[in-house]
Design a protein around this ligand. Structure first.
Ligand SMILES: *Cc1c(COP(=O)(O)O)cnc(C)c1O
Length: 472
């Protein structure tokens, strides 16, 4: 005990540390409060170590060693919680990883409008109040043929607003095969209930016919709804009613047809070598009166929900007080408008819109990248793991085209047979990549940590990160 208390005397005081060069430099960057807290924490930690380890911990009490620990702690505290990562999961529009990466044009628009005042709700010609939707409505009209458009925070909000505005206390027939659940608590029956509309289930899970809808429509029906089965597919003995037939039926009964399209592609993806996904224009042309879709799925923009179609119906949505609770901010609108403007030139779209560029990226290019990076990883991991270039399959993600896979390439990392078993070794390896300054997120597949390189464009930053990998 006596020896230990003598060891404590070797610890410098908080005040003395705050006066040393390296700590003063930290204060200059991060401010006194943050650095003082970190100094106190490091000293408390050292006291614990001295009493547990005795002499063995003395080296750590040197002022320079303490300053290094303080610097690490301050850096960790100053680091934002929300930050960039490398998405090597193979899912391009990964909801947990922020969905669509934005194009430079959108980033510039966010910076421009975010930094200073803007005409967010101000009509520059008339010199009076304007509408937020004015910034995107003309663009949407040109791209989809819709008469009108309104924007809210996401597609879930768009569906909610639509149902609450047009179907409050009324019935909405939806096919049993379309009562979807999307990750993160979006279940059509629940949304419908919260919006105050009554779901009227139609047909069966695998087969729904036009006569099922016809029988379900009655005096309490507000509209007919079709939901794009985004994140699953039904195969085998199936039947669904297309927009055209459904529109004819609904219109014959004086009701609107609304379609929740989910992804809402604005261009024919087949032109980019991708599987076909119904476009917003096609859906409107088939007779839908309103179409809802996300801004950050195949459209490739910021998180947003769009409702486009008939002017009188959009006007009813705008009049709903709920709209005020769902309105998007200026940075979202600036980014969305910038992305929509890119669509004006389809020829340059695949080069300028990152979501589309990544989805359309040729497998050969991805494989060449994997070949270049393999030696780097193999060298860094040395005897700890085996690194192989493998063929793999990417997914579009966010429920778009769930059964379609895009041929891709990546690196499979197999930990060397450790005594703690493959599962534990893989978990440690994955954790080490997640702990990098720019965390690398892959997926575990067939006993390997797999990095699908489809979404890796910043090769230099990735290579620099690998040099910092710590395996212990
Ligand atoms: C993705 C999706 C939603 C939810 O959209 P968010 O923008 O994530 O709120 C709703 N409906 C369908 C059909 C979808 O695919």
């Amino acid at each position: 005990m006596a020896t230990k208390s003598r060891l404590f005397v070797t610890l410098p005081s908080v005040d003395r540390l705050l006066g040393t060069g390296p700590i003063r430099a930290l204060i200059g960057v991060h401010g006194r409060a943050l650095v003082t807290d970190a100094v106190r924490e490091v000293l408390a930690d050292l006291r614990r170590r001295l009493s547990a380890e005795g002499e063995a911990a003395v080296d750590a009490t040197a002022p320079r060693a303490i300053a290094e620990r303080v610097a690490e702690r301050v850096a960790a505290r100053a680091r934002p919680s929300l930050r960039r990562v490398f998405n090597l999961t193979g899912t391009v529009l990964h909801t947990n990883l922020g969905r669509a990466p934005l194009p430079d044009e959108a980033i510039a628009a966010i910076a421009e409008v975010g930094r200073r005042a803007s005409n967010l709700e101000y009509d520059l010609e008339a010199g009076g109040r304007g509408e937020r939707d004015d910034h995107i409505e003309g663009l949407i009209r040109d791209l989809t043929g819709a008469e009108a458009a309104t924007v809210v925070n996401n597609n879930a909000a768009a569906v909610m607003l639509l149902l609450n505005s047009l179907a409050l206390r009324k019935e909405v027939p939806v096919s049993r095969g379309e009562l979807i659940e999307i990750g993160g608590a979006f279940r059509m029956p629940d949304i419908m209930a919260r919006a105050g509309a009554r779901l009227r289930e139609v047909g069966t899970t695998n087969r729904t016919h036009l006569k099922d809808y016809a029988e379900a429509i009655g005096p309490r029906t507000a509209l007919v709804m079709k939901v794009h089965a985004s994140n699953y597919a039904i195969h085998g003995f199936t039947s669904a009613v297309g927009e055209r037939d459904l529109a004819a039926l609904a219109h014959g009964r004086g009701l609107p047809l609304v379609v929740d399209l989910g992804s809402g592609s604005l261009v024919d993806l087949e032109a980019f070598g991708l599987p076909h996904e119904p476009t917003v224009r096609e859906t409107l042309a088939a007779g839908a009166d309103l179409v809802t879709f996300s801004g950050d799925k195949l459209l490739g923009g910021p998180q947003a929900g769009l409702v486009v179609g008939r002017k009188d119906l959009v006007a009813r949505l705008r009049r709903n007080p709920m709209k005020r609770a769902m309105r998007p901010g200026k940075t979202t609108l600036a980014a969305l408008a910038a992305v929509l403007r890119l669509y004006a030139d389809p020829a340059s779209l695949a080069a300028r819109l990152p979501a589309l560029r990544l989805l359309a990226r040729p497998a050969g290019e991805i494989r060449a990248l994997a070949e270049r990076l393999r030696p780097l990883l193999a060298e860094r991991l040395a005897a700890g793991a085996r690194v192989e270039v493998v063929a793999c399959a990417s997914q579009i993600g966010s429920g778009s085209l769930p059964v379609d896979r895009l041929p891709s390439a990546g690196l499979a990392i197999r930990p060397a047979g450790g005594k703690r078993g493959t599962g534990a070794a893989l978990a440690r390896l994955s954790a080490a990549f997640r702990a990098l300054p720019v965390p690398v997120i892959g997926r575990v597949h067939e006993g390997a940590l797999l990095f699908d390189l489809r979404c890796l464009e910043d090769e230099a930053a990735f290579a620099a990160g690998i040099a910092e990998l710590r395996l212990d």
